[in-house]
Write a protein that binds this ligand. Structure first.
Ligand SMILES: [Zn+2]
Length: 245
């Protein structure tokens, strides 16, 4: 067994790496999917309490809040829950597809198969086992929840997402996971079709939503780690996502 200490390969790798934190901090007021309860943290312990001088709080949240993973069980009957995804499936070569130019100012933007083919023509075929991140630029709105999860006056939802046809390409490439910097992998205007969710999660891969800081991740060449909380029967949960390069 490799000893993990000063000078070990793992310590050296992390110490030498340029680490990009791709998770938003969980905070009260975070955007949530329409109709879902928000994140809450209530201080319980008080470090100035002479009887129990400890700072601690009580948190409550719906599984799919903040930067979070969707396990296959989220939409697939018999799919894996969070605690059933092996560690090796949570790390892989990071691939970032920059879609900011194609999206422009569009709100109902769906990443198309042509967008991904254009990416591959320039950067090469997406390798098996990759963790792919879709950078739409939408995360600039994250701290204005009503601009990030848009509900129009007629009740319709709006945010960018991944089309079903483009999701099928990721299945074909046998990626480990697909992340996006919006509240949902399926765009708001087609969210309830679940086309992208069913394709990606149906292949056994995971989804990560509300990804942050993608501007700091290169198109290729980094390693991605997506580590969710390990809940038994968890359909999803807050996830620390990092890029190492
Ligand atoms: Zn989802």
């Amino acid at each position: 067994m490799t000893e993990v200490g000063t000078g070990s390969r793992l310590v050296e790798l992390v110490a030498a790496a340029d680490v990009v934190d791709l998770s938003h901090p969980l905070a009260v007021g975070d955007p949530v999917f329409p109709g879902q309860p928000g994140f809450d943290l209530t201080p319980v312990g008080d470090i100035d309490d002479p009887d129990l001088p400890l700072c601690f709080g009580l948190i409550s949240f719906m599984e799919h809040v903040g930067t979070h993973m969707d396990a296959p069980a989220h939409v697939i009957k018999g799919g894996r829950y969070l605690d059933e995804i092996p560690f090796a499936a949570l790390a892989g070569p990071a691939v970032k597809v920059d879609l900011r130019e194609q999206r422009g100012d569009a709100i109902d933007f769906d990443v198309s198969l042509a967008d991904l083919e254009r990416f591959e023509a320039r950067h090469g075929r997406i390798e098996e086992g990759a963790i792919v991140f879709l950078h739409t630029g939408w995360d600039a709105r994250y701290r204005q929840p009503s601009d990030y999860v848009v509900t129009a006056e007629d009740g319709t939802w709006h945010w960018p997402g991944l089309s079903g046809a483009a999701a099928d390409l990721f299945v074909d490439r046998r990626v480990r996971g697909v992340g996006i910097d919006t509240i949902g992998m399926d765009g708001g205007h087609v969210a309830l079709t679940l086309a992208a969710h069913r394709a990606v999660l149906g292949s056994g891969a995971f989804i990560v939503e509300n990804v942050a800081n993608l501007d700091a991740l290169p198109a290729t060449g980094a390693l991605a780690l997506a580590l969710p909380i390990k809940t038994s029967f968890g359909s999803g949960g807050p996830t620390r996502v990092v890029g190492l390069r």
